[in-house]
Structure formats: C-alpha cells, structure tokens
Design a protein around this ligand. Structure first.
Ligand code: PLP
Length: 354
C-alpha cells in the first residue's frame, strides 16, 4: 500500500467556481488561468474540465501546444509571451495568442521575417511595473503594430492591489486614459477584480485562484464568496504518542507539552509541499475534528494535538486543507497565500479527480 497522502481534485467544485465567475461577469468571456500546472491541480484534467471555457491562459508554450493538440479550440494565451523566434512560429502554427509586453517582443513580431497573422494581447503597464509598455510608449507601439497584419489585438493590463484596500481605481484610470480612442477588445480583471470591481469587466476576464476555490481577499472567505474548494489534501496518522508534561515533540523540541497529552504523527511533511513555516497552532482536521499542529513540520511527517480527538488512532484520516478546512486559513497561519501552497504540492503526492 502506498504512503497514505493524497490530493483529491473535485472537478464539480471547479465547474461550480467557473460558473460563479461567469455569473459575476455575465458579459465577459472567461480566460481561465491555468499557469503553474493549473495552480497545482494538473493542467490536463483542469483543461479538460474547462473545455468549454472560451480561453485558457498559461506560460509554457509546450503546454499550450499540447492542449491544442489534445483538441482545445479556444484562445490559448501565453501570459509572458514568446521567448524566441521558434516560439513565435509555434504561436502562428498552433493559433496561439501571445502577450507582447516588451520592445524585444514587439520587434520580433514586426520584423519582415516574422510570421504574420498573430493574435496579440498588448500588455500595458498601468502601475504594476512588472511587465508592459508604459503610457508614454503606447503611441509608438501602436504605430509599429499597425505596420503588420495581426489576427487580433487585445489591450491588457494587470492589477497590483485588486485584492487590497487600495483597489483598482488608480490603475483603471491610467488604463482608460491610455486606451481612450483605441477600439480594441480589453482584458483587465484577475479574480479579485472580477469579484469586486465590475467596472473592470471587459471582453475578457482572467480568473485564476477563484476557480480553484480560494479567496483572493484576506478579509473575505472563500465560503462567503460561495466558492468551493477544489483540492483536498489528506493523509493519515501513522503513529500516536502520549507525552508527559514537560516532554517535547519533533526537531528543535519546538513544542513542549504543558500537561499529559496525545500527539498524532501525520504522513505529510514539507517534501510533500506542506509549508515548513506553518507554526504550532496551524489548523488541521483529524477524524473531521478541528485541531492544531504541534511542533515543527519535518520532511515527511508532522505532528498534531489529539487532545480534542480521543478517538484518533493509527489510520485516522487527516485533512491538511480543502473540504472542511480552507487552504486560505492554513496559508494565513504560515504567513503565505493559498497560491503558494496549492502550486507547491510535490510530485510524490498522488493526485486524482475521482
Ligand atoms: C496569474 C494571473 C492572473 C490570475 O490571477 P488570480 O489572482 O489567480 O485570479 C490573471 N492575469 C495575469 C496576467 C496573471 O499573471
């Protein structure tokens, strides 16, 4: 029997979340963001479940080509664009869509030798200052692009603070000013903007994290947003210890019992993708009872307080996150975001959607 850790992917929940995104942005086409192996959920299974989505966005051209070869017919957008001329030829051949965010990419598509008829998402830097052309460059960029035959042109930007109190207004103002007079389709909203700022909805919305059932907001839970968790990470107890008062458990003696207590040893560690920085007190479910971790997370194991779960024994089911325990809560305790936890589940964890 394999080690008992599992990641179960609930595709019904995924579709529920997808429909919720559509309900929030009824006039927009959904570009489902599947980068990082569909946020750790498995690119192929998520793409198959979302085959009716009008668009899929990702990073790796090989992944995009594979989805095309597997029969996906919608828009396949490369979020960082292409990296060399060979990529650009594949963009053309497989009818992919590419972001153009920098002068080098712009030169490549406007060169005489470049394949014509590329579908372009032009990335505008409205304040994130990572990728994209600055407002003062747009005139000359548009002039260059008008020299070549494109299959399509969409204006795109990305928000830095859609999930925070600052919101989107400042960047939205910059975008509107820039795009005034340019009658091209637009794409602005990530999950946070999609959920909170209908004024950012346009031809395309680009939800990522919400599809996987996690909240983009620190101040609003996934449940309050009516999102359903897609990944549930489970394992089992492989040992139970009874500590006397004053005894410790695990590396560094980081947790010391202040009374006699039972501790469960879970077959899950940081080599499975559980965050090593999750402190004692991080929530966990044992036999569906909510309890907390106790002691340091080690490579293959972690330890949990069984005081509230007297019925727990070797073989008891443990939920690390997912159904019954929002990944957002675990992430917050570990001082990170669900995006990181979901994308870091490692290859040794068997994942299935049944
Ligand atoms: C990752 C990404 C998204 C999706 O963001 P979420 O917060 O996961 O919804 C949208 N647009 C771009 C450009 C991205 O890189």
């Amino acid at each position: 029997m394999p080690r008992p850790i599992r990641a179960k992917v609930d595709l019904d929940a995924l579709l529920h979340n997808y429909r919720l995104a559509q309900k929030h942005a009824p006039q927009s086409k959904i570009m489902a963001v599947l980068k990082a192996n569909a946020y750790g959920h498995g690119l192929t299974r998520v793409a198959q479940a979302l085959e009716r989505a009008p668009g899929i966005a990702l990073l790796n051209i090989d992944d995009a080509v594979r989805l095309r070869e597997e029969g996906y017919r919608g828009t396949l957008l490369l979020l960082e664009g292409f990296f060399d001329l060979e990529d650009l030829r594949a963009v053309h051949e497989y009818k992919l869509s590419t972001v153009i965010h920098c002068a080098e990419q712009l030169r490549a598509v406007t060169r005489g030798s470049a394949p014509s008829g590329i579908d372009v998402f032009l990335k505008l830097n409205t304040g994130m200052n990572r990728l994209g052309f600055r407002p003062e460059e747009i005139g000359s960029v548009m002039a260059s692009l008008r020299q070549v035959r494109l299959a399509g042109l969409t204006l795109m930007t990305h928000f830095a603070t859609a999930d925070e109190a600052a919101g989107v207004q400042r960047q939205l103002d910059v975008f509107k000013h820039l795009a005034a007079g340019l009658s091209y389709p637009r794409s602005l909203a990530n999950s946070a903007a999609l959920l909170r700022y209908p004024q950012t909805h346009s031809e395309w919305v680009r939800p990522g994290i919400m599809l996987y059932g996690s909240s983009p907001f620190a101040d609003q839970s996934a449940e309050a947003l009516e999102l359903r968790p897609v990944m549930t990470l489970t394992s089992k107890l492989i040992a139970a210890q009874t500590l006397r008062a004053g005894e410790s458990v695990g590396y560094g003696e980081a947790f010391v019992a202040d009374r006699a207590m039972r501790i469960g040893v879970v077959a899950c560690g940081y080599a499975d993708g559980y965050p090593r920085h999750a402190p004692s007190g991080t929530p966990v479910l044992v036999e569906n009872v909510r309890t907390i971790t106790a002691g340091r997370v080690s490579m293959d194991m972690m330890t949990v307080d069984l005081s509230a779960v007297p019925q727990a024994r070797v073989g008891s089911l443990v939920v690390l996150w997912g159904e019954g325990l929002p990944v957002d809560e675990v992430a917050a305790k570990a001082n990170t975001v669900s995006y990181e936890l979901l994308t870091k589940v490692t290859a040794r964890v068997p994942m299935s959607d049944r």
